[in-house]
Design a protein around this ligand. Sequence first.
Ligand code: ZN
Length: 137
Amino acid sequence: MAMRVKISITDRQRILDHAAASRAEVCGLLLGGVGRIAAVEGCANVSREPATRFELDPAALIAAWRAARKGGSSVIGHYHSHPTGDMCPSRTDAREAAADGAVWIIVGAGQLAAWRAVEHGALHGRFDPVELVVTAE
Ligand SMILES: [Zn+2]
């Protein structure tokens, strides 16, 4: 059975709006706890090829880790967009993903899909699908 992760309708929309505002790939952090996204935080895509790649701004990551240590929400994963509309992780995504259990949300064509980076994943040997449960709050 697929792992389930809850996301609020507001955070879901925030990710969609971020992706819709750019022709390049956008990215951001997913904050929360086990099975729950409590907040999303867009950050800069610092890749040198932002049209087809993403790289989370390391400063944003460090700031989020620091905030988590002070009692804030943990960084449970991240999101990025595929301007091509494909909601599946690419082979490049798989190559660059650590099998650390992080939640990956991918935006394509105005929709979201969620994945988890694991060893021996069903897709590209790295990702298992995650069921996103959209909640009112
Ligand atoms: Zn990708």
